[in-house]
Design a protein around this ligand. Sequence first.
Ligand code: ADE
Length: 233
Amino acid sequence: MSVHIEAGKGEIAETVLLPGDPLRAKWIAETFLKDAVCYNKVRGMLGYTGTYNGKRVSVQGTGMGIPSTLIYCYELINDYGVQNLIRVGSAGSFQEEVKLRDIVLAMSASTNSSLNKARFLGADFAPTAGFDLFMKAALFAKENNISIKAGNILSSDDFYEEDPKGFQKWADYGVLCVEMEAAGLYSIAAKYNVDALAILTISDSLVTGERTTAKERENTFKEMIEIALGTLS
Ligand code: ADE
């Protein structure tokens, strides 16, 4: 057991899907995995291990934001030997052509978090997706006719941004969308030399103000999970 995860050694698979919402972890385990066993209930941050097409895989809630995500990623990597970390979450669009329900593979994650500024003494580390996972996910999507977009995203510390046009500068530089975790995930994966990828579905648009309904989110979520599970080899 680690500080925040009560699984025994060997109870967590080498590849872990990481939704922010622990109840989403339960839904993924119940919907997609065979013989799923719950290995964590500490702080209600549910985690499950099961199989998908005969391959062992886990799914672990992370909570919202970089600090919470880093706690779970650190323990998964250092206490449980996890090698592949795949965030599956939602994001808000910064671009007119990035529509509600689109799926985005985050090639890189810009951030307004001070985490890496502090680590790199004011210089800018560029948090980047792992090449193997990125390639596998992109290929799986192509082979299965699932349309994706890929590019730079923003991991923000601030969900309720004060300035409604604050996103425009990021948009001007081609950033596709905003979420709150990927830059932390990519940074810790780089530090410990493991593979990481964030796959996102667009749940709202900062350009148009539109939002998906819960039902619509569920449907697109399915394709995103299929891409994540399609990387298992
Ligand atoms: N996740 C989904 N939509 C978001 C938004 N608008 N800002 C930050 N994270 C998000």
